[in-house]
Design a binder for this molecule. Structure first.
Ligand code: ADP
Ligand code: MG
Length: 237
């Protein structure tokens, strides 16, 4: 039996015989608004594990170092154990979500260039937006690491934008987490899935039907599992 070392909102982490390797179990549980809204999405664990596996493998081929080692079951992934940098690194191509409320830029506006934002990964504080000064003051990352996180996030954005647009999906925005290996090397960690990306279907103009991500759950739009299944089907193309 693997020892459970952490249970989060969407995944469970287990230790393995090798201290450098963890096992991630993807759950069907879904939460939104800092876990005030809770539910389940049918088969989400398997779907997100499959999507994340595919995207990590793709990004590795593009030269992005990730924590992915292997998918060991439909809802399980072996990953390199890292020390997570407690920042949610968000890249935005189109105005949506909290960005609209913060900037007054109209929902759906194509941004002149991709925007990178850092949020302090701290549920008790509600994951606040952090400036670089906040990051330095709390010693969450060094200035050089912040530069590297930004560069990695922007190049991941370039690769994923093209990947999804080839599959008739628009990558509106997404959240990344990074971690340090023992050597200090920074790896892309956690997951990339419809839980962590906003994806809009290019094949319909209906504003509600376009939404193919966790916003369907947040906003009670229905057909949540169907949308996740469709993203997986397109990712596999
Ligand atoms: P949370 O509710 O904190 O978002 P999740 O349900 O997403 O948690 O579970 C994943 C947890 O594991 C997150 O806290 C994430 O930062 C962490 N994590 C992801 N990848 C790794 C890794 N390779 N090594 C160590 N921790 C990781
Ligand atoms: Mg998480």
């Amino acid at each position: 039996m693997n020892q459970k070392i952490y249970e989060g909102k969407a995944k469970i982490l287990y230790a393995t015989d090798d201290p450098e390797i963890l096992l991630t179990h993807f759950k069907d549980d879904a939460t939104a608004f800092n876990a005030q809204k809770k539910g389940q999405i049918r088969r989400k664990g398997e779907i997100n594990c499959a999507i994340a596996t595919h995207l990590f493998k793709f990004l590795e081929t593009q030269g992005i170092p990730t924590h992915f080692i292997a998918q060991t079951a439909p809802d399980r992934m072996q990953v390199t154990a890292v020390k997570i940098i407690p920042l949610e690194v968000v890249v935005r191509n189109i105005a949506a979500g909290s960005f609209v409320a913060r900037t007054g830029i109209e929902f759906g506006t194509l941004l002149k260039y991709p925007i990178v934002e850092f949020f302090y990964k701290n549920d008790n504080l509600g994951d606040p937006l952090f400036t670089e000064d906040h990051i330095q003051l709390l010693e969450l990352a060094t200035p050089a690491q912040v530069i590297q996180l930004r560069e990695m996030a922007l190049s991941i954005n370039n690769f994923l934008q093209k990947f999804f647009s080839d599959r008739h999906l628009t990558l509106v925005d997404f959240k990344l987490e990074f971690g340090c290996e023992r050597s200090g090397n920074i790896l892309l960690a956690d997951e990339i899935s419809p839980d962590t990306c906003r994806l809009w279907d290019d094949l319909t103009s209906d504003p509600n039907q376009k939404i193919m991500d966790k916003d369907r759950f947040r906003q009670d739009l229905g057909n949540v599992a169907t949308a996740y299944e469709e993203v997986l089907a397109r990712v596999k193309l």
